[in-house]
Design a binder for this molecule. Structure first.
Ligand SMILES: [Zn+2]
Ligand SMILES: [Zn+2]
Length: 138
């Protein structure tokens, strides 16, 4: 298992219970939470933790390549501890963000490279739609 404490220490970053808690939530969820969502999840256990601390922790993790920031077209970012490039699907009604299997995307990336002559470094792929729950409610 990934040893966050050791990793932070090796990189010369401060290890705080708050930091560990933020990463813990992120690495155990597939919900792609925003800062606000993370903050409210941390509140019961860390009532004194500020929103700024959550932000700061995410900045550190981003710098270290431990989380990726997703821009799903909202006024805030979502965060994912799965830093492998993988496509996401977003429900435009309830705002749910889910993973889509990445097999299809490898083919797509290959085709893009072939067609454009670019060497791809990075890609973010988002699909938007209505999730099964919201479709039922329509
Ligand atoms: Zn939905
Ligand atoms: Zn994801």
């Amino acid at each position: 298992m990934f040893d966050l404490i050791k990793f932070l220490k090796e990189k010369g970053y401060k290890v705080t219970p708050q930091r560990i808690a933020v990463y813990d939530i992120l690495s155990n969820t597939k919900e792609h939470p925003s800062v606000d969502t993370l903050y409210s999840k941390l509140q019961p256990e860390y009532p004194t933790m500020s929103l700024a601390t959550v932000y700061k922790s995410l900045e550190v993790f981003k710098e270290l390549g431990l989380v990726q920031e997703l821009n799903v077209g909202e006024d805030k970012f979502r965060y994912d501890a799965n830093v492998n490039q993988h496509p996401h699907i977003i429900c435009t009604a309830c705002g749910k963000v889910e993973d889509v299997g990445d097999e299809m995307v490898f083919d797509l990336a290959e085709q893009v490279e072939r067609k454009t002559g670019y060497q791809l470094i990075h890609q973010q792929l988002y699909f938007f739609g209505l999730c099964p729950d919201c479709r039922v409610k329509q």
